[in-house]
Structure formats: structure tokens, C-alpha cells
Design a protein around this ligand. Structure first.
Ligand SMILES: O=P(O)(O)OC[C@H](O)CO
Length: 404
């Protein structure tokens, strides 16, 4: 994690050092989540893993299969940290077959941000943002017709959003209860739920209402929204604080809204972000030190600071209750959206999220599939989804053969 968020991590680490008895924390940054996963995998292979590795949620199966990491509940016994106080939806992601593997730390959801001033100038109610796919297209059309923005909406071409939209329709990404009841062998990109998402996304683009910032192009999407080229932005909750400031600096008021869905019943969303892993090979002094730091990081005081300076969830219920009592959400309602969205999520294999050892590859296949869909007029949605499905299944078969 770089930029301001990296500085926040550094300051948390040095605050911890000041109150810990002789424990030193050296925080190093390895780039994006993908780069951090690669750096961790290389360090593991070289027999020199870090005491704590931040691994994004989709690296969970790979980390387990590496056999290198100790379950966090062994590092921090329950009498030191009561996991009953942690958010269920977060624990449900990282607890597999009854074992909590890693320490939830920076947990997020996908939400939409919108420009309240642009809504107002287009005659839209800034307090009633769209909730459905059709609503996003309609609002986008109103915004561009009124000349408030160039294009209605943007979000990074990132498989994460597709994954969320399938979960909202209670559709698993892969078989075997999303890879949680056994190894995933089949992909579900040809499902009706998936077709609904890609039909809408391709149509939004065809109507000139989706600005495609590029594959996993988070900052390009953010810039397009902050410079008021678009009125809506799909993004992570991780950035509510900086996005609020960015909107203010660009002269508009920020709104947040739940992820739009096709309509009908919402099943909910899958937790995103990353968690913290500790290798079992650490000597016991280092393992205890890592446990102390992980426990301290998720104490309510630190979680409140983390949440209010970013937008990542506080992973403990007490932190949310304290912020509610202090009136934080009344004063900062944009932070409330993701908490409500998470609380309304119904637990199911779809909302627990998929486990695939080859998840990073699956994401690339989905993202490249979308590009081929919008760049080639002769490629139908069905045709592209068939390809995505086949490629993800090939990747799963190759991986499963290696680990079995
Ligand atoms: O940007 P983050 O940290 O909310 O993470 C988003 C995705 O979950 C990454 O896989």
C-alpha cells in the first residue's frame, strides 16, 4: 500500500513499536496486490518469508496450498483476541473448513460513488441515486443529455466487479460451493447471472455511457470521476476518505451508493481487500511478536482510525458501535453505505466468495475477455463468455493437477 495509505501503515507500525516491549516492525512496500503476492511467493520459495505478509483476498487458496503459513488462530490464541467480535462476513471469507487462516485487516466492498452536484444540475435527485443496472443507464443518459459530464459512468475493467455482481444474484463463480466444499473444476461465466452482467456492461459501453479506463486501471477511473468527466464511479470502499477530499478539491460534493444490481432480490457482496498471513517457520519470539502486532492492529482504537482515514471496514463490531455512538456516521453518511451493504448481505456460498488457486489468472481472463467483447463487433456476449469459461476451466485443471 503506497501513498497516504502507506504513510498511515508506517505511522501505525511506529506507534505500535512505541508501546510494545522491544518489538521492531519494518514495513516494506512491494507494489500492487499482484506484485506483493509474487514477492511473497518468491520469498517463500527462497525460504525467507516475511513475518507478516499482506495477501489480497483472492490469494487465499494459493497461500493455503503453499503450506507455509500458520493459521492465525494458532498465532493469536482466542484468549488474546475474541474472534466473536469480528464481522461475520469478513471471517466467513477467511475461515475455511472451520479454520481461520489469516488476520482480516483491510477489508472492503465494491460500491459506487457519484457526483451530487452533477446529479442536481441534470435534474436528478442527489439523495436518491440509482439502485439498478437500468437506473445507472438512465441516470447516465440524463447526466450527459444535460451536459453535466462527458460519459455517465466508469469503473476499472476489473473482474472484482463481475464477481460482486454474480454474488448479488446468488450465483457462484465456480462449482463445489465456490471451491469451498472441494476443489473448483467448473466455471460459471456462462450462467444467466453472468450474461445479465455482461449484456448490461456491453450495452452501457455501446450507448457511450461507460468510460473504459483500462484493465485494473483504478487511478485512471478515479481521475475521470474526480475531474468530472463522469458522474458515477465504481470503486472500492477503501477510498472514501481520499475521495471525499478529492471531490471537495474539484468543487463538488461526493455521494456513495450501494452497488447497482439487475433488480429483484439482492443476495449481497463478497468481502474484498486483503488479510495478514504469518509463516509457521518463524521462531517463537518472532511469532509472538507478529501475534502481538496483529492483535493490536485490530483493536477498536486502531480500527476506528484505519476506517475513518480510508473507508476500509473496521473489522470489529465494537469499532462500528463506538463510531455510531460518537455520531461519526451521522456526520459522515458516505461511510455508512458500505456498512449497510455488508450488513444486508445474506450468507451463502456465493457471498462467501470463490476459492481458486489460480484466481489471479481467472481475473486476467475475465478482463481480457471484456476487451475482446467491446473491440470486436462480431463477437457476441455468449461467444466471449464461452471462451472465458473454457479458459478459466483450463487454468483450474492445470492448477489442480499440480497440487493434487
Ligand atoms: O482495493 P481494495 O483493497 O479494496 O481491494 C479490491 C479487491 O478486493 C482486490 O482483490
Amino acid at each position: 500500500m503506497g501513498g497516504d495509505i502507506g504513510k498511515l501503515i508506517d505511522s501505525l507500525a511506529s506507534e505500535f513499536e512505541q508501546q510494545a516491549d522491544g518489538i521492531r516492525v519494518e514495513a516494506t512496500q512491494k507494489g500492487s496486490y499482484r506484485e506483493t503476492l509474487n514477492a511473497t511467493t518468491s520469498a517463500v520459495q527462497a525460504g525467507n518469508p516475511p513475518a507478516i505478509a499482506q495477501i489480497f483476498e483472492i490469494g487465499t487458496q494459493l497461500a493455503i496450498d503453499s503450506g507455509v503459513f500458520a493459521p492465525v488462530e494458532d498465532i493469536i490464541p482466542e484468549d488474546r483476541v475474541n474472534f466473536d467480535n469480528y464481522l461475520d462476513s469478513v471471517l466467513n471469507y477467511y475461515r475455511i473448513d472451520g479454520t481461520l487462516h489469516s488476520m482480516p485487516f483491510n477489508s472492503s466492498n465494491a460500491i459506487f460513488y457519484y457526483n451530487k452536484d452533477a446529479f442536481e444540475s441534470a435534474g436528478l435527485d442527489p439523495e436518491a441515486p440509482p439502485t439498478t443496472f437500468q437506473g445507472v443507464l438512465d441516470a447516465s443518459t440524463e447526466l450527459t443529455d444535460a451536459g453535466a459530464v462527458d460519459t455517465g459512468t466508469t469503473w476499472p475493467n476489473h473482474s472484482w466487479f463481475v464477481e460482486q455482481w454474480l454474488a448479488e444474484q446468488n450465483q457462484t463463480l465456480v462449482n463445489n460451493e465456490n471451491g469451498r466444499a472441494g476443489r473448483a473444476t467448473e466455471a460459471h461465466f456462462e450462467s444467466e447471472a453472468s450474461k445479465t452482467v455482461f449484456d448490461w456492461w456491453a450495452n452501457l459501453h455501446g450507448e457511450g455511457q461507460y468510460l473504459n479506463p483500462g484493465i485494473e486501471a483504478w487511478s485512471e477511473a478515479q481521475q475521470a470521476f474526480l475531474t468530472q468527466k463522469t458522474g458515477l464511479l465504481g470503486y472500492s470502499t477503501s477510498s472514501i476518505a481520499p475521495m471525499t477530499e478529492g471531490a471537495r478539491n474539484n468543487g463538488f460534493e461526493l455521494g456513495t451508493m450501494r452497488l447497482p444490481t439487475p433488480g429483484g432480490q439482492r443476495q449481497g457482496v463478497v468481502i474484498g481487500g486483503a488479510s495478514l498471513w504469518t509463516p509457521k517457520s518463524l521462531d517463537s519470539a518472532k511469532q509472538d511478536a507478529a501475534g502481538e502486532f496483529l492483535a493490536w492492529l485490530t483493536e477498536p482504537a486502531q480500527q476506528k482510525r484505519w476506517h475513518t482515514n480510508t473507508g476500509y471496514f473496521p473489522v470489529r463490531e465494537e469499532a462500528i458501535t463506538q463510531l455510531e455512538d460518537e455520531g461519526f456516521y451521522d456526520e459522515n453518511p458516505n461511510f455508512r453505505t458500505a456498512i449497510d451493504q455488508l450488513r444486508e448481505t445474506e450468507d451463502s456460498p456465493a457471498t462467501r466468495g470463490a476459492l481458486m488457486g489460480t484466481f489471479t489468472k481467472a481475473r486476467t481472463i475475465v478482463e481480457e475477455g471484456y476487451v475482446s467483447m467491446i473491440q470486436n463487433d462480431d463477437r457476441s456476449v455468449d461467444d466471449v463468455l464461452g471462451d472465458i469459461d473454457a479458459q478459466v476451466e483450463d487454468a483450474l485443471a492445470g492448477y489442480n493437477q499440480k497440487v493434487n
